[in-house]
Design a protein around this ligand. Structure first.
Ligand code: GDP
Length: 291
C-alpha cells in the first residue's frame, strides 16, 4: 500500500524499485531526470513537488488551501515532458527572433506560451532553468532593470513556442502596455500566460498591471512564484498562502494551482516543464480537473 497522503504515482514508484527502470526505459528519461529519480523520497518531493512539500507544514485544518490535485502528473508524465525540453538533432530548441511589436512577431503555427513579470522578478533566470536541457539556447539576462524591450521567441522542437516578454515596473507601464497588451489581446495561438511573482516580496502594485490585463482580456494565466530558495520556510509559507488567497478571491482567469520555483535549486522546474508540455497539447496527462 502507498504511504498515506502520498500521491498515487509517487507512492507506486517508491514501492517498486523496478518502476524506476521502467520510467527510464519507457520514456528515454534524460540522465538528469534519472538522477532526480534516484533521490531519497523527501528530497525528490522537495525538488519536484515543492508545493506539496510546503503543504506538510500547514496545520491540518488549512491543508485544503493549496490546490495540489488540479495538475497532478505522475513521474512518468514528468519524464515525458523532460524529453520535450531536451535538445537533440531531431528536437531542435532554439532562439528564433525578437520583435518590438506584434506585427513584427514571427507567424508561427504552433501553440505558444509567454512569460511576463516585473523587472528583476527572475524571468530570465527561470527561462534559462527551463532550457537547461538545451544548453545552446541563449537567454539574455539583462542587468539593467527595464532593459529587455523586446519579445523574444524560442522554438521548442515541433511542440510549441515560448515567448519571453519585456519586464515591467521600471520605465513601464508605457513600454509594457504598448507592446504587451496588443500581443496578449491579439496573438491567436497564445495558449497560456505565465505571470511571475517574486515569492520573497509577494504581489506588488506593479504586478497588478499584468493581473488586470490578463483579467480584462479573459486570458487563461498561471502564477509562478520565483526565488523560493531565498526565504525561510515560514516566510515562504506565509507568502504562498497570501498569494493563494489573492488568486482564489480576486481572479477569474488565473489557474488555481500555484507554481513555486527556484532557478537556483531547480525546485519546481520539472513540474513547470510538464505543465507547459501538457497545456500546449503535447502530453495529454489527463491531470486537469479543468483547463
Ligand atoms: P529578470 O529581470 O526578471 O529577467 O530577472 P533575472 O533573472 O535577471 O533575476 C534578477 C536577480 O534575481 C538576479 O540577480 C538573479 O540572480 C536573481 N534570481 C533569479 N532567480 C533566482 C532564484 O530562483 N533564486 C535566487 N536566489 N536568486 C534568483
Amino acid at each position: 500500500m502507498a504511504a498515506p497522503g502520498l500521491r498515487p504515482g509517487l507512492g507506486r514508484l517508491f514501492e517498486m524499485p523496478a518502476a524506476l527502470g521502467r520510467v527510464r526505459r519507457a520514456y528515454g528519461t534524460s540522465q538528469a531526470f534519472a538522477e532526480v529519480l534516484r533521490l531519497p523520497k523527501k528530497q525528490l518531493t522537495k525538488l519536484v513537488f515543492p508545493l506539496q512539500e510546503l503543504e506538510r507544514h500547514l496545520v491540518p485544518d488549512s491543508k485544503h488551501e493549496f490546490h495540489l490535485k488540479i495538475f497532478d502528473p505522475s513521474l512518468e508524465d514528468i519524464a515525458r515532458a523532460e524529453s520535450i525540453f531536451t535538445a537533440t538533432a531531431q528536437n531542435r530548441i532554439e532562439y528564433l527572433s525578437s520583435a518590438e511589436r506584434l506585427d513584427h512577431a514571427p507567424a508561427l503555427p504552433r501553440p505558444e506560451v509567454c512569460f511576463i513579470g516585473r523587472s528583476n522578478v527572475g524571468k530570465s533566470s527561470l527561462i534559462k532553468a527551463l532550457f537547461s536541457l538545451a544548453p545552446d539556447v541563449e537567454v539574455r539576462v539583462s542587468k539593467k532593470p527595464g532593459h529587455t524591450k523586446k519579445m523574444n521567441f524560442f522554438k521548442v522542437g515541433k511542440y510549441f513556442t515560448l515567448v519571453d516578454m519585456p519586464g515591467y515596473g521600471y520605465r513601464a507601464p508605457e513600454d509594457f502596455v504598448d507592446m504587451v497588451e496588443t500581443y496578449l489581446k491579439e496573438r491567436k495561438n497564445l495558449m497560456r500566460t505565465f505571470l511571475l511573482v517574486d515569492s520573497v516580496v509577494g504581489i506588488q502594485k506593479t504586478d497588478n498591471i499584468a493581473v488586470e490585463m490578463c483579467e480584462e482580456f479573459a486570458l487563461p494565466y498561471v502564477m509562478v512564484l520565483t526565488k523560493i530558495d531565498k526565504s525561510s520556510k515560514g516566510h515562504l509559507l506565509k507568502q504562498v498562502l497570501q498569494i493563494q488567497k489573492f488568486v482564489d478571491t480576486k481572479t477569474q482567469g488565473c489557474f488555481p494551482q500555484l507554481f513555486p520555483v527556484s532557478a537556483v535549486t531547480y525546485s519546481g522546474i520539472h513540474l513547470l516543464r510538464c505543465f507547459i508540455a501538457d497545456i500546449t497539447g503535447n502530453l495529454k496527462t489527463h491531470c486537469f480537473q479543468f483547463s
